[in-house]
Design a protein around this ligand. Structure first.
Ligand SMILES: C[S@@+](CC[C@H](N)C(=O)[O-])C[C@H]1O[C@@H](n2cnc3c(N)ncnc32)[C@H](O)[C@@H]1O
Length: 267
């Protein structure tokens, strides 16, 4: 993730339609599981931080929540607004949320807050009401995941960027998220298992899907698009199974937490 949020759209927004239609739908298990665990429903004012092209917002609206979302990529937010015309969707930086203190009952972020962006949690806490609920997901133990192969092409990025990707996923390590959330004043922190499976119809579609993501952009800048697509397609060919989709289950960690109630708990 770049330190200048205005450059994020170069990587995440350049294939916004592919990302919205090919990549984001595979994350639906994660969205449904976290919304369910948070008890999202009618009467909740919900903010999704780093909302991408808005599928999680759309699903939270279906549960009855009044939704807002923020993402640094204008092109992804354009898709999100098309999907969710009734939601308050804004382009911006998660480190400066453009909403008032206590504006939300629930905040979610699906692989949007990283080891490299912990200070965003101060903003999340500010916009939550006392007793407000938080649901975050982060990549877990990728190497131990049966679907680790599907993320391997990201390592075609330059060495410095691969090393940054490692720091970004550090929040999934045992104890890391718990410690960080407690440091930002969240209570009742729970680590949960989150179902997460990418599925693809064929190797070419897998490669095209992967190419629509931000980390793939870093790899493509390093080796070129043709080399990236060729390597990713070859990798997926080895995983083909007759009569079944390409399937990549990936370990994703969820954290549930809440803000303290006014006057009743130390902050
Ligand atoms: C891994 S994607 C997750 C997107 C979406 N939550 C999903 O489930 O597909 C990370 C998202 O973070 C957004 N992002 C990166 N830096 C940001 C920042 N500083 N502020 C807000 N959004 C940011 C990117 O544009 C991208 O949509």
């Amino acid at each position: 993730m770049t330190s200048d949020w205005r450059l994020v759209d170069e990587g995440w927004g350049r294939r916004a339609v592919d990302f919205a239609t090919l990549s984001e739908p595979s994350n639906c298990r994660e969205y449904v599981a976290v919304h369910h665990r948070l008890g999202v429903g009618a009467g909740d004012r919900l903010l999704d931080v780093a909302c991408g092209s808005g599928l999680a917002v759309e699903l939270a609206q279906l549960r009855g929540a009044a939704c807002a979302g923020l993402d640094a990529s204008p092109r992804l937010v354009t898709v999100a607004r098309d999907r969710c015309p009734d939601a308050d969707l804004r382009v911006g930086d998660m480190h400066a949320l453009p909403w008032a203190d206590g504006a939300f009952d629930v905040v979610t972020s699906f692989r949007g807050i990283w080891g490299t962006t912990p200070a965003a949690l101060a903003e999340v806490r500010r916009v939550l009401v006392p007793g407000g609920r938080l649901g975050l997901t982060v990549w877990g133990h990728i190497k131990a995941s049966a679907g680790a192969w599907a993320l391997a092409p990201f390592r075609m990025a330059a060495a410095a960027q691969v090393s940054n990707q490692g720091v970004m996923v550090s929040l999934g390590r045992p104890g890391a998220g718990e410690e960080l959330l407690a440091a930002y004043g969240f209570v009742d922190v729970q680590r949960i298992e989150v179902p997460f499976v990418w599925e693809f119809a064929d190797p070419e579609l897998y490669a095209r899907t992967l190419a629509s993501t931000g980390p793939a952009y870093e790899a493509i800048q390093n080796v070129g698009e043709v080399a990236f697509l060729t390597a990713a397609t070859a990798l997926a060919r080895d995983r083909l199974r007759a009569g079944l989709p390409l399937r990549a289950p990936i370990n994703v960690v969820g954290y549930l937490a809440r803000t303290p109630l006014l006057g009743s708990e130390p902050t």
